[in-house]
Design a protein around this ligand. Structure first.
Ligand SMILES: [Zn+2]
Ligand SMILES: [Zn+2]
Length: 463
């Protein structure tokens, strides 16, 4: 297997910026790699994508213990949901075939390469898989997205004020002498359903049945809850008309012993997801309408730190420039091509260059160009020393090679997609040499030498 990868912090960053609903199958920021600079569209956050606000679903997650080091038995799982688009995602790592997992002295970060054959999708889920390229680590990573549990139809059913008004009218008509009836607000409707779900998830909650003519219940879900019967039943609520007083009962999901092997259709996880989604919808209504949000104090903590811990990317070494200036935009594709972030310390940039060059040797001269340009921009002694060393080892960058082609006046493309063969290059060179002065001939030879090195062609090197 060969091909480029991404260091874990870069993958975290792409995960936060990637919206599977707003992407082309050919330009998936999370999974794909930008083409070399100048050869196509650089992949970045796409306008119109959700600026996700993920929070951790703690009951569904198994995070590494603080300061722990993984071993072959380690399996971690982070489950998150977005406050804005209610997209669910699971980030799962497995070290089953690791002998010496990253991070270790030789590997300051995981370097994940995508495994295109191991992903998959269904109507509600899409999964991507990676593996760390360090031979002693080979950590497996899978990221699975799941569509929201509540549909637009569900949301309308619960919060459309016209529908809530009709429900209220029907309840009054059903029992005109009943005191204290009020029309439910959208916030109340969501909050009441959320309270039922919260109770149902508590295994020690033992008042699981309630009368179907409960006032607040009917204001929210219609006479005896019948207007929302399909939704409530989908969530595991049960309605028994044979019971005296027409009883409803709460879902009673089984307790899950192993969150790593839980079934995708598990009832408890469904309810946990819906509880989060209702909270997300309540935040949205509060923002849109200014309504008081009764669950606001629960907050919506940022999952970023948990994400970094799951991928062992927390606290990586950062570049500390003397002057705080962001790198210019035209440098960003170079960082991305190395599978790196612009704030990586020089040491991590070198490591990223080494991993990409080893895993994707065909593009080594391009990765060298990335390193050269970053070294130049940072004015970093460490990176410039490395570039000089690579030069002395006969490394040539893509930029050097294109300059050499221009020097010899060889077009970068031939008509009819004819390949530029070594013989063709040699012919062009010899034609030029024939009528060049000694100084020009020397420059031509130098250019040919660089092309020869990049093509690993002995006839060109020694011409
Ligand atoms: Zn989102
Ligand atoms: Zn690794």
């Amino acid at each position: 297997m060969s091909g480029p990868g991404k260091l874990a912090p870069k993958l975290c960053d792409d995960f936060l910026n990637f919206d599977p609903n707003k992407t082309l199958p050919t330009a998936r920021l999370l999974v794909d790699h930008s083409p070399p600079l100048g050869e196509g569209q650089y992949l970045s956050y796409k306008i119109g994508s959700c600026r996700h606000e993920y929070t951790t679903k703690h009951t569904q997650s198994i995070l590494p213990a603080l300061d722990s080091r993984p071993d072959a038995t380690s399996k971690y799982k982070l489950a998150v949901v977005c406050k804005k688009c209610r997209l669910h995602a699971v980030v799962a790592t497995d070290y089953a075939i690791s002998t010496d997992p990253c991070l270790n002295s030789g590997n300051p970060q995981h370097h994940f390469r995508n495994l295109p054959d191991e992903g998959g999708s269904s109507a509600t889920q899409i999964a991507y898989a990676w593996q760390c390229s360090a031979s002693q680590c080979q950590a497996q990573l899978q990221i699975t997205y799941r569509t929201p549990r509540l549909t637009d139809g569900d949301r309308d059913l619960l919060t459309n004020t016209e529908r809530l008004k009709r429900r209220f009218d029907a309840v009054v008509e059903h029992n005109p002498s009943r005191d204290g009836l009020r029309q439910a607000t959208p916030m109340e409707a969501l909050s009441r359903l959320r309270k039922y779900i919260h109770d149902s998830l508590n295994p020690t909650h033992n008042r699981r049945a309630f009368p179907a003519d409960n006032k607040r219940f009917m204001e929210t879900f219609g006479v005896h809850g019948k207007e929302c019967l399909p939704l409530l039943q989908r969530l595991g609520f049960k309605y028994d008309e044979a019971e005296p007083g027409f009883e409803w009962s709460l879902p009673n999901p089984e307790v899950i012993n192993n969150r790593l092997t839980v079934d995708v259709n598990d009832e408890r996880e469904l309810l946990e997801d819906v509880e989060f989604e209702l909270a997300a919808l309540m935040f949205k209504i509060a923002i849109d309408t200014g309504a008081m949000n009764p669950s606001a104090s629960e907050g919506w903590s940022d999952a970023k730190h948990d994400l970094e811990r799951t991928l062992a990317a927390q606290g990586y070494q950062r570049h500390a420039p003397l002057r705080r200036v962001a790198p210019p935009n035209d440098l960003l594709p170079y960082f991305a091509s190395l599978g790196a972030l612009p704030d990586f310390a020089d040491t991590l940039i070198e490591f990223a260059f080494d991993r990409q060059s080893e895993c994707d040797p065909e593009r080594k001269s391009y990765y060298f160009e990335c390193l050269q340009e970053i070294a130049k921009n940072r004015g970093s002694e460490q990176l410039q020393t490395r570039v000089a060393m690579l030069h002395s080892e006969n490394m040539v960058s893509r930029r050097d090679v294109s300059a050499a082609f221009r020097h010899l006046d060889i077009p970068s493309r031939l008509p009819h997609e004819k390949p530029i063969t070594n013989e063709y290059i040699l012919d062009c060179f010899q034609a030029r040499q024939a009528n060049s002065s000694a100084a020009v001939a020397e420059g031509n030879r130098d250019a040919l030498y660089k092309i020869g090195i990049s093509r690993q062609s002995q006839p060109l090197i020694s011409a």
